[in-house]
Design a protein around this ligand. Structure first.
Ligand code: NAD
Ligand code: SER
Length: 320
């Protein structure tokens, strides 16, 4: 790994950014990773290395930061997630698209060398084959968020083929972690359930018990992100976005796993508008292209993920 790399993370205060900045600083050095967000991040992120406030809609300030720090790589994580975007169509569309065009233009005009931008399982829709969803298949998303991610994928491929921009992307499934809270997605139940189980031994779920979705434990998501970013350019053959699979489960199966740790845990179900979003997404992913091209392998199964979530959250949650 080159110590000359200077990495800018945009959206560093969020669920993924919090874990990603910590891992990037371990690998590249604290002073080499500039964390940024429109809001304050955790103390560890703000004091563990450079931190700047940045509204990604402000292209001038983005360019100033890139110049000032000599940024060579950008990880763009700022976005409005599925559930929030459905409630604020204009913001979801504007922020998700304009943030990407600002960052892709850094690559186009040779201001940075490499860009990471995540897509999502939300690029798929109700007409997509749901089981073992192929890399190349029908993509007819019916959510604001999914439409913005699909458009983003097309822009990434366009900037790579027309302007040679080294942009890399994966379609994250729903992510489960204990370090930072999730930011307004449809898969957020799979994090909240742990907090409520530890605090109150009960949880009211906004998705139905049989809603199976592709999911992943955060350490695997961070590993996938760094695996693709550190792979030789010629191995990254898909420049729209790669499927990455981890585990698939539904609220009922997750409940059974949590009960191994909290036997009196109970779950009830009250579905809301997020059910319709979840129903439009696949249940499992075919990630053979990522496995073949840059050796992707996930490490955590459902049981291992639940065990680690429980140990870490019990340590940090105060039970009243
Ligand atoms: P998050 O909501 O937790 O974090 C996003 C961060 O962006 C927040 O800290 C927010 O303050 C920041 N932000 C919002 N508007 C901004 C602006 N104008 N300027 C600068 N920062 C701004 O989201 P996340 O879960 O960390 O997701 C990061 C990326 O990964 C997003 O592109 C998301 O679509 C994608 N993704 C996440 C998941 C998941 O399950 N978490 C799954 C699929 C894809
Ligand atoms: N976890 C994300 C969401 O639910 C999927 O992109 O919005």
């Amino acid at each position: 790994m080159s110590s000359k790399e200077v990495i800018l993370v945009i959206g560093a205060a969020g669920q993924i950014g919090t874990d990603l900045v910590i891992e990037l600083r371990k690998r590249y050095g604290d002073s080499q990773v500039v964390a940024s967000d429109i809001r304050d991040a955790s103390e560890e992120i703000m004091e563990g290395g450079p931190f700047v406030h940045l509204d990604i809609m402000d292209e001038l300030k983005l360019n100033q930061i890139v110049k000032e720090f000599g940024v060579t790589q950008v990880y763009l994580l700022a976005a409005i997630l599925s559930a929030t975007a459905e409630r604020n169509i204009e913001l979801g569309w504007r922020l998700n698209m304009r943030s990407l065009s600002h960052v892709l233009d850094l690559g186009r005009f040779k201001k940075v060398k490499k860009i990471y931008w995540p897509s999502s399982i939300a690029v798929f829709g109700p007409t997509t084959p749901s089981i073992n969803t192929p890399q190349l298949t029908i993509t007819e998303p019916n959510t604001v968020y999914g439409i913005s991610k699909l458009a983003g994928e097309r822009w990434c491929e366009y900037y790579n083929s027309k302007f040679g921009v080294d942009v890399r992307s994966i379609r994250y499934p729903g992510l489960v972690g204990w370090t930072a809270p999730p930011g307004g997605g449809t898969t957020d139940y799979a994090v909240s359930i742990f907090h409520e189980a530890i605090k109150y031994s009960s949880y009211e779920c906004f998705l139905s018990e049989e809603t199976t979705l592709p999911m992943m434990y955060m350490p695997d998501a961070i590993k996938a992100t760094l695996d693709i970013m550190e792979a030789p350019a010629e191995q990254v053959k898909i420049r729209s976005s790669y499927n990455v699979g981890g585990i698939s489960f539904n609220p009922k199966q997750l409940t059974e796993e949590i009960k191994r740790h909290i036997p009196d845990f109970t779950i009830s179900y009250k579905t809301d508008y997020r059910q319709q979003i979840a129903d439009s997404w696949p249940a499992s992913m075919d990630d053979s292209a990522a496995r073949a091209d840059w050796n992707w392998q996930h490490q955590y199964g459902l049981t291992e993920m639940v065990d680690e979530m429980m140990v870490n959250l019990k340590r940090i949650i105060t039970v009243y």
